[in-house]
Design a protein around this ligand. Sequence first.
Ligand code: 13P
Length: 240
Amino acid sequence: MKPFIIANWKQYLSIKESAKLFAQLLQLDRDSKMNGVDLIIAPSFVALPVLDAAKTKIKIAAQDCGATLVGAHTGAVSPTDLRILGATHVILGHSERRAEYFETDALIAEKIKAARAAKVTPIVCVGETAAERAAKKTRVVVGAQVRAALSAVKDPSELIFAYEPRWAIGMGTAVAPEDAAQIHAYIKDLANAPVRVCYGGSVSPENIAALLAEKNIDGVLIGGASAKFASLAACIKNAK
Ligand code: 13P
């Protein structure tokens, strides 16, 4: 299967900057420089209406969604509308949402159900903190997060998982590929079905090839290095 790159633009780019970066990526695709990579970009909600991926191979993900399709939930965004705006995927349970917005496994499970009801594929982020890793609790923490996500679907293959150790996000140093791969294998064992698992946390043009060389690392979820054309294009180029 082709490796995939998910570009999580977080809150880095304005609508105008998102449109510009998207246009540069469309040109890369037209120039046949996608290097056999499946690219999914995750812009902010408000940039979705101006990015038209309809006639391209590039896919769009939202960075979050509401836990219901409709209702009295001020500020929530329905996965139905995300789908209408072209999002085929949605990132759920990102560690920044778990930490800054206190999202729980139970809430994330509800969001997974809502996304699936709207035929949007959840990219479920799991990962341990530095303290949990130091206490050798990585598998306990990741296992609980994965099981909660699996409880929300009938078929595990409806989900993509992203292993993002919290301590490796935005730090400039990724986890050793073989260490990440062991956790990926653990996640796949828990799913007990064909699921794709990508790695996130300080992925860069320098380390992407070594990460993707691991059998159990099916793709990468990139933050900082995905929000600038030069570094994202370099990641794509170096992916194989
Ligand atoms: P960085 O690539 O900036 O470490 O971010 C990783 C991430 O959180 C992607 O979702």
